[in-house]
Ligand binder design. Sequence first.
Ligand SMILES: NC(=O)C1=CN([C@@H]2O[C@H](COP(=O)(O)OP(=O)(O)OC[C@H]3O[C@@H](n4cnc5c(N)ncnc54)[C@H](OP(=O)(O)O)[C@@H]3O)[C@@H](O)[C@H]2O)C=CC1
Ligand SMILES: O=C(CO)[C@H](O)[C@H](O)COP(=O)(O)O
Length: 478
Amino acid sequence: MKTNGAANIGVVGLAVMGSNLARNLASREGNSVAVYNRTYARTESLVTEHPEAGFIAGKSIDEFVASLAKPRTAIIMVQAGAGTDAVIDQLAERFEPGDIIVDGGNANFQDTIAREQRIAPTGIHFVGVGISGGEEGALKGPSIMPGGSEESYRTLGPILASIAAVVAGEPCVTHVGTNGAGHFVKMIHNGIEYADMQLIGEAYDLLRTVGGLPPHAVADIFARWNEGPLESYLVEITADILRHVDQATGLPFVDVVLDQAGSKGTGVWTVQNALDLGVPVGGIAEAVFARAVSGKAEQRAAVRRLVTSRPEVQKVSPEFAEDVSAALYASKIVAYAQGFDAITAGAEKYGWNIHKDQIAKIWRGGCIIRARFLDRITQAYTENPDITTLLEAPYFAQAVADGEAAWRRVVATAALSGVPVPGFSSALSYYDSLAAERLPAALVQGQRDFFGAHTYRRTDRDGAFHTLWGGDRSEVTA
Ligand SMILES: NC(=O)C1=CN([C@@H]2O[C@H](COP(=O)(O)OP(=O)(O)OC[C@H]3O[C@@H](n4cnc5c(N)ncnc54)[C@H](OP(=O)(O)O)[C@@H]3O)[C@@H](O)[C@H]2O)C=CC1
Ligand SMILES: O=C(CO)[C@H](O)[C@H](O)COP(=O)(O)O
């Protein structure tokens, strides 16, 4: 076959992400791209629609592997889970020591660690790479979070840098850490994405329900916010979506979409792992739960039937939109702080040397959570990588303090008006928990000691203590 060994890189899985990533790779100087998809029809239409890419199309996995130059590098972009395992096995059977298998899908990082261990004895490199940016990002430049060995990054790094988004002259890619580090950080990215989307949803709901504004007016407010500190891809697309009118009915698009949010699982993984790591990520968890609640159609209908009157919507001042903007910004800071805390804990547990300033930097472009304030996060972790929370960095401490009064007004108004704001209110409670002089955790410890002799520590001296609750209530050293 005349194409044997001609391609310096290959892509397996040519759905939305894989086909666009393949086109992105093909558009870069010096690349020759081999493509393969289980169902050949996808390969055929990609190659036919994009002759300019000069793809080398494999009809079979053998043809695909034969078309790769040695050492071979192939990026897998297929459905996470069994599909990915099937393709890894097919490639591993045909690849040789020194070749690189890259999983660019949304894999669970624990699977990535296990896969790397499974492949390692063959001498083939296995690299898990988080890729964010959706359809457009894959084509024009995503944010890329590679894990895997230093050695494989020496080969892969320049290729990934050539296709990544560029911000201030720097490609949005960094070697996150070994084995599953890239997929771990991508998982946290998605958890933050969930929180950000939920908070934006709550802001919209408040402006609409309490502020009494129609979608196009809310769109104008989001567009204005997008020119300030809230500037971000998600705020930008929100304005766009809210302006969109359904062609079939002439109604605002947002009013004809069923109010049940789906998910593919990465938000759930973030929360599950944060629980294992003991990191409070309430903002992300509330966002995951909010999607789950939205899908509970029967429960929602049952409660709606029972509730005969809803609270009267509070009257608000003309500055209400500014208050909502402040609440959104403060809650968003909390969500990102929680996400970065999870990265700190994950790095510690799994032995990854993750530079949080670099993560914030590569999230500034290409990915779904790209936002102006990631510059501030980059700065905070560059100035002091050891801050205990983003909330103690001077800029963020000030930003939250500036918005605090408005944040409280918004949460109170929402509660009195019967508008659900699990994101805003959990973020505020988290902030209040960190800021409180004393927490009721002292009472919880007392309860634990009472029923389970779980002991407690005292404020006035070291050691563990137990009160003889069933006896004379004297205190003993545990
Ligand atoms: N969509 C998005 O915005 C983003 C997606 N991702 C991740 O990127 C990856 C690709 O996403 P997307 O492009 O949306 O595609 P999908 O997740 O919808 O997966 C479809 C692709 O997987 C292939 N596939 C499924 N099962 C198998 C199998 N057993 N053997 C071989 N191939 C199989 C399909 O082949 P066939 O055509 O034969 O069915 C098709 O190419 C996923 O891991 C996703 O989570 C990451 C960032 C953003
Ligand atoms: O990874 C992504 C972007 O970064 C995908 O868009 C992801 O699939 C979105 O998650 P979900 O479908 O659960 O909302």
